[in-house]
Design a protein around this ligand. Structure first.
Ligand SMILES: Nc1nc2c(c(=O)[nH]1)N[C@H]1C(S)=C(S)[C@@H](COP(=O)(O)O)O[C@H]1N2
Ligand SMILES: [Mo]
Length: 423
């Protein structure tokens, strides 16, 4: 018996080491990477953490699919359907309707942090915003003993690195190739440090966080409702590790991303991440829901459109995954294989139990995480799968998390389905 129980993550870490080792594609067969699900508790970790002992694991640990392209040739990239209705990686539209959809098909190990210029935009810097960043204030008010006004100079000394976090618009959809999704490295002030600044009254159980939202150009077809505010319990914000973000990828927040300060609530949908934050109001359990909350009620999977903020469930992203790129490879044995590359994000429990379907969810095969596995759910992680279909046609690609304890509301409903058409 091993000294170490084999956790799925530990196992994946070893797969990552194996990749750079003596194993090459020579002896690979499709499907031989399916040793992922080492039976709980019975697995050993004979390879340990170093190369010398790894040599003994040849037999029991066949290399995964991730190695199998060695010596092969990338012939083409096949577009995923449906085709986007909009241009990618360029900003268009005005005011609330301004958008930039990030082209996710480029995602690879070195592009998992989205550059500021390509980070998705939903609503540009309001043209009616006249306060200069240096004059910016945030007012802490409502059910507090005394109103407090914070300036950016008060926040500056409290700014800390917050790591890489993914952000997704709850309205992310196939018409935009799901490009309202990006990840950046953030800096900011933990909300705990802000809460410390006020003397809250006993009735204060929640905080309404509001940002500037005045645009001179109305949203087309009233698609967007004016007003940007969300109500949270203090526990929700503290548990999520929420912060007031001041920097993105080492730079001051760009104008369209909330300059000089925005809310960031790790794990929650973009609509809660109020930009251009100006007020934080301490409120009680009977606070009504805000126009922003009502606008995004269905997209954040609420039960109807609740009148009270307290009737909203946390607008968190459940575990999600989708393909971003399909490559056609000619392998060393002269057969053709398709390499599907995708991302997984959201959720609260790290997992590698992800499977892919090419028939809209009827049959599934496991995917491979060829990299250091995710140790938390803050950012997104890349997976891949090698596929050798026996005939052409149009295939509906869907992912599934093979762990009944992990909620996957959007995957279950086919939200992120894509199609692949092969001649
Ligand atoms: N003031 C303000 N904040 C806002 C919005 C807005 O319209 N006004 N849109 C929200 C929505 S729906 C999303 S998805 C995110 C998008 O942030 P980003 O443009 O920096 O990617 O900002 C959120 N914060
Ligand atoms: Mo959004």
């Amino acid at each position: 018996m091993s000294r170490f129980p084999m956790s799925p993550l530990h196992h994946l870490q070893r797969r990552w080491f194996l990749q750079g080792s003596a194993f090459t594609g020579a002896n690979l067969l499709l499907g031989c990477g399916d040793d992922e699900a080492a039976p709980g508790g019975t697995g050993a970790d004979p390879g340990g953490e170093n190369a010398t002992s790894r040599a003994t694991t040849d037999e029991e640990q066949p290399p995964g699919r991730c190695d199998s392209l060695e010596g092969g040739e990338l012939e083409a990239t096949i577009p995923l359907g449906p085709e986007p209705q909009i241009p990618l990686d360029q900003k268009f539209g005005q005011g609330w309707d301004a958008r930039l959809y990030h082209d996710l098909s480029i995602l690879d190990d070195d592009t998992l942090v989205t550059p500021n210029e390509l980070f998705y935009i939903r609503t540009e810097r309001p043209d009616q915003l006249t306060v200069a960043p240096e004059d910016w204030t945030i007012t802490l008010e409502g059910l507090v003993a005394e109103t407090v006004t914070l300036r950016m100079s008060d926040l500056e000394p409290l700014v800390e690195p917050m790591g890489v976090h993914v952000l997704e618009c709850s309205g992310n959809s196939d018409g935009g190739a799901f490009g309202l999704l990006s990840a950046a490295e953030w800096d900011g002030v933990p909300l705990a440090a802000i809460f410390d600044r006020v003397d809250a009254m006993p009735a204060a159980t929640r905080v309404l966080i509001e940002g500037f939202d005045g645009h001179s150009v109305p949203s087309r077809n009233n698609h967007s409702t004016p007003g940007a505010a969300w109500v949270f319990t203090f526990e929700e914000l503290l548990e999520a590790g929420a912060f007031l973000a001041t920097h993105m990828n080492g730079e001051l927040l760009p104008p369209d991303h909330g300059e000089p300060v925005r809310l960031f609530v790790p794990g929650w949908y973009g609509c809660c991440h109020i930009k251009w934050v100006q007020t934080m109001q301490w409120v009680s359990d009977d606070a009504p829901s805000t126009s922003q909350m009502r606008e995004f009620a269905s997209r954040t999977h609420q039960n109807g459109v609740p009148n009270l903020a307290s009737q909203f469930r946390p607008a968190t992203m459940s575990q999600s995954a989708m393909p971003v790129r399909v490559e056609r490879w000619r392998l060393v044995d002269d057969t053709v294989a398709y390499r599907i590359v995708g991302v997984m994000w959201g959720g609260a429990t790290p997992t590698d139990a992800l499977s892919i379907s090419f028939d809209g969810g009827r049959s599934f095969a496991p995917v491979d995480f060829c990299r250091p596995p995710p140790t938390d759910n803050q950012s997104w992680s890349l997976w891949e799968h090698l596929w050798q279909p026996t005939e052409g046609g149009t295939f509906t690609v869907r992912l599934r998390v093979d762990d009944p304890m992990i909620p996957t509301i959007r995957l279950d409903g086919g939200w992120y389905d894509r199609t692949i058409t092969l001649a």
